[in-house]
Ligand binder design. Structure first.
Ligand code: MG
Length: 164
């Protein structure tokens, strides 16, 4: 067992509304609804960001990028994740792997999984093999199942960078 391995979990949910673009993991997806929020409301990148911050023992996304701060209005969540990654690296940690579940009744996300993996891997500077994305419906149950919201759960494993 590697004592220097650290795991973190992230979760987020945003409501689906008309008149907003749907952006998941930095990928623009055609749909009649988008996610509401102060930033671009990219629920996937928010969950991944919190998983990384959690594993590193850093403050969470809401503390790091408060939605009361006008700088983060309509913010590109790719920039927020990249910024969190810098904070993680500054603690001498590197990414082992990231695993993601997107909870969405609609739209069908299976065709977008590869693009979402590539997008996350690109932001994090890791191989696509180190990022997995799964999509699950909620079987028609609760807000996600009724198509009122999309949620995301993410897990990240960090490892202490070994000195060269
Ligand atoms: Mg969020």
């Amino acid at each position: 067992m590697d004592a220097d391995a650290r795991v973190g979990v992230g979760y987020d949910l945003h409501r689906l509304v008309r008149g907003r673009a749907l952006v998941l993991a930095g990928v623009r997806i055609e749909y009649e609804f988008g996610l509401s929020g102060h930033s671009d409301a990219d629920v996937v990148l928010h969950a991944v960001t919190d998983a990384l911050l959690g594993a590193a023992g850093l403050p969470d996304i809401g503390e790091m990028f408060p939605d009361t701060d006008p700088r983060y209005k309509d913010a590109d969540s790719r920039v927020l994740l990249a910024s969190a990654l810098e904070a993680v690296k500054a603690k001498g940690l590197v990414i082992g792997n990231v695993d993601v579940i997107v909870h969405a009744e609609r739209p069908k996300l299976s065709v977008h999984k590869r693009a979402m993996r590539e997008s996350i891997a690109g932001i994090l500077g890791v191989s696509i093999d180190d990022v997995n994305v799964k999509a699950k419906t909620n079987e028609g149950v609760d807000a996600v199942g009724r198509g009122e919201a999309i949620a995301c759960t993410a897990v990240a494993l960090l490892q202490r960078k070994t000195p060269e």
